[in-house]
Design a protein around this ligand. Sequence first.
Ligand code: ATP
Length: 226
Amino acid sequence: MVKNQQFVVIGLGRFGSSLALELMDLGYEVLGVDRNEEVVEDMSSFLTHAVVADATDEEMLRSLGIRNFDCGIVAIGDDIQMSILATILLKEMGMRQVVAKAISVLHGRALEKLGVDRVIFPERDMGIRVAHQLVTPNLLDYIELSKDYSIVELAVPEVLDGRTIGEVNAHSRFGCSIVALQKPEGCITAPTSMDVMNTNDIMVVIGSNGSIYDFEASIVKEEEPS
Ligand code: ATP
């Protein structure tokens, strides 16, 4: 089913193309724009529309009806000047939501000054993500809520197999809470203290970074042979 939010992705490099393909997979309509004909040709059969155009060509952008899209993503990185010019045009056209990729802190700051709704630093964010995953063995994914608070997905290790949420008692012992339990048969949101965890279920934990770290460290400690 096609969902009714429409996206335009400007720049179909590695970041832009994977973002565009994922949005298509999620059921959204995506217009891809790139000035490189070959790139557009490669992507055209996978996107709702793909057009060869220079993102700094105002006339062209207007003729594509860009301002009617719900969200524009400027995924040009290397050429900061192009990224900034394309962003200015999207903002000037009155696009509802503009997201832009930055390759450096200064680039990001310039984009923020232009009033983009969200600046993405793919390389920096992926580096941080991988670092967290390397030092936290059971960590599958995490979302930073603020500087000090996060939501993380942890694989339930063998040592917790068959234990109830109440027995683990993460809230009283560490200060973090298990807010969902993803099982093969479905997701239990707001699990009760009676819900049982099994190996390879995924627990979704919310709390301060310190409390999540302590919780995870206690699991690792329990797992170590005595
Ligand atoms: P990635 O890391 O995502 O591959 P990148 O940071 O190296 O990308 P670029 O190579 O600068 O970014 O650009 C990504 C895409 O944007 C390229 O396919 C390029 O052709 C396209 N692009 C660059 N400038 C423009 C422009 N002015 N108009 C349209 N497309 C552009």
